[in-house]
Design a protein around this ligand. Structure first.
Ligand SMILES: [Zn+2]
Length: 269
């Protein structure tokens, strides 16, 4: 049932809803700061089920399947701070500019989202204020604090992608995503391509852009931080063993990259 269109649109989360921001390892000493925009698929109680059956709410349209387990394990392995967002991207997409049409999608892939049709400006603004803003405020504050302490900071935005989108199969196992800063993606591509049997996407299945992304342009590029996005194919990380395997692999490669960056004086020794 869709509840959002009824009544007061100035509030979204109530006392029974969890806060949008999830963090692991906030005091972690790694230069890598991990973000996870599509970590969760929770829905605020007030929104009901957005008019969708559970089968739709478990699909990639609602979240990045498998990435939560990878992100948490990677945070542990690297001793890195992870900042993640628990609510479904169908509530509001935390990796879209809030003024983009896809910020609160009315259609995702081929699925109409009933609870997002004819949303009032107030209701959209409330989703932004209660979900999007706290998440990005926390990332901004964490970066502020690290810079104030002269702590090296490299932004890694973690995502996963569906193996088949609109009927087209995607061959890559993993992809690096970037736009203006290629320092880290180049090292990551080299590290991933050295792994046996991996099909590695270079800005595939997406490239980062100002119109379709938020976290990398705003927290990485605009602040002059080295950055990359990482997309892992969802069928590879659907269960805990796959998540651990990919986290271990990324921790090893990112550890090697950290050593390279220090040797190149791109990070302090
Ligand atoms: Zn994502």
């Amino acid at each position: 049932m869709v509840l959002d269109s009824a009544g007061d649109t100035s509030l979204l989360l109530d006392r029974e809803d969890v806060p949008p921001v999830h963090e692991d390892n906030p005091a972690g000493g790694s230069p890598f700061l991990l973000t996870c925009d599509h970590y969760g698929r929770r829905l605020p109680r007030l929104l009901g089920d957005l008019g969708l059956p559970e089968s739709e709410l478990e699909r990639h349209i609602a979240w990045d399947i498998g990435i939560a387990g990878v992100a948490e394990a990677l945070s542990r392995d690297l001793n890195a701070h992870l900042i993640a967002q628990r609510y479904s991207r169908l509530v509001i997409d935390c990796n879209r500019p809030p003024d983009a049409p896809s910020s609160i999608p009315r259609l995702s892939e081929a699925t109409v989202i009933p609870g997002n049709q004819s949303l009032s400006l107030d209701a959209a603004e409330t989703r932004r204020r209660e979900v999007f803003d706290p998440y990005h405020r926390r990332i901004r504050e964490a970066i502020d604090a690290r810079l104030a302490e002269n702590m090296p900071t490299v932004l890694v935005a973690l995502h996963s992608f569906t193996p088949v989108y609109n009927g087209i199969a995607r061959p890559w196992h993993i992809g690096t995503l970037y736009h203006r800063d290629i320092r880290l993606p180049a090292l990551l591509l080299k590290g991933l391509r050295a792994e046996a049997g991996l099909v590695v996407g270079d800005n595939e299945p997406y490239a980062v852009s100002d119109d379709t992304d938020y976290t990398i342009p705003v927290h990485g590029e605009a602040r002059g931080l080295m950055n990359t996005g990482i997309e892992i194919r969802q069928d590879l990380i659907a269960d805990p063993s796959g998540q651990k395997q990919w986290a271990d692999r990324l921790a090893r490669i990112l550890g090697e990259i950290e050593a390279t960056l220090r040797a190149q004086r791109l990070l302090p020794n």
